[in-house]
Design a protein around this ligand. Structure first.
Ligand SMILES: C[S@@+](CC[C@H](N)C(=O)[O-])C[C@H]1O[C@@H](n2cnc3c(N)ncnc32)[C@H](O)[C@@H]1O
Length: 251
């Protein structure tokens, strides 16, 4: 297994960013495939806001949220408790070796994880084994080849390319969105349906700082400064390209 570092880190900046996500805002593509009584795994659940929304939808079924970070699992548990949701539990573990018996889940949801993995197909194969026959997976990841940025300049393009390259050096791939269909097929899934959408970030400051923090930490100070300056433009734009895929385990 190639080495893997989670590029955003679990800073308050990154975690608060993830915690704004809901099933409605980021998982809508999978909602038509979720029903009451389903047993669902949320792979790479982060702070658990999407997992808790899924739990409400599939009650009295159960959601298992899984993340490699203990701090994320603790935050997810706290969020579920505060939300009064008792049909979600959270586990620390690796997506390459899931702590569940084979064929446990009706559905597996996986949002914003594949782009951080050095061997995403291995994680998808592991997910395949944990799905029941006729079970379905919903995966969604960004693709930095589709990012829309304004105002544009050679400097800001170089800064965001440096971030994508940093993620690649960490073992991930920010350009993975377009490959989700092929990866799912290689992992054994069938009936693969792909879609893409844009998310227009409401504040440049938020995304500018998210990217700048890790560039700065890794010694790319000039790129970090470029991003922070760019983020001050109140009429600028950053839009994220997301690819979603829904697929089936048919045997
Ligand atoms: C970008 S966050 C996404 C969180 C949530 N799914 C969302 O979309 O808001 C990715 C999460 O995957 C977790 N992660 C990274 N590598 C992992 C691995 N190998 N196995 C399990 N979780 C992992 C990270 O700790 C992080 O919480």
């Amino acid at each position: 297994m190639k080495s893997e570092v989670y590029t955003p880190g679990h800073t308050p900046n990154a975690t608060n960013f993830m915690a704004t996500r809901t099933l409605e805002s980021h998982g809508r593509f999978f909602v038509p495939f979720l029903s009451a009584n389903h047993n669902v795994l949320d792979l790479g659940c982060g702070p658990g806001t999407i997992s808790v929304d899924i739990a409400r939808l599939i009650a009295p079924g159960k959601v298992a949220g899984m993340d490699s970070s203990e701090s994320q699992v603790m935050q997810a548990r706290k969020h579920a408790e505060e939300a009064g949701v008792s049909n979600a539990d959270f586990h620390v573990g690796s997506c390459y070796k899931l702590p569940f018996v084979n064929q446990s889940f009706d559905r597996i949801f996986c949002h914003a994880l594949m782009e951080h993995l050095s061997v995403p197909v291995a994680a998808l194969r592991e997910a395949f084994h944990k799905l029941k026959k006729d079970g379905m997976i919903g995966v969604c990841s960004p693709d930095s080849d589709g990012w829309l940025l304004s105002p544009s300049s050679a400097e800001i393009e170089a800064a965001v390319t440096a971030y994508a390259d940093l993620q690649q050096a960490n073992g991930g791939n920010l350009r993975i969105g377009k490959s989700l269909g092929v990866l799912l097929q290689d992992a054994g899934f069938t009936d693969i349906h792909l879609a893409a959408r844009y998310e227009c970030y409401p504040s440049l400051e938020f995304i500018g700082e998210y990217l700048a923090l890790q560039l700065e930490k890794n010694g790319f100070k000039r790129h970090a400064t470029t991003l922070r300056e760019w983020a001050k433009d109140s009429n600028g734009m950053f839009a994220q390209a997301w690819v979603s895929a829904v697929a089936k385990r048919s045997q």
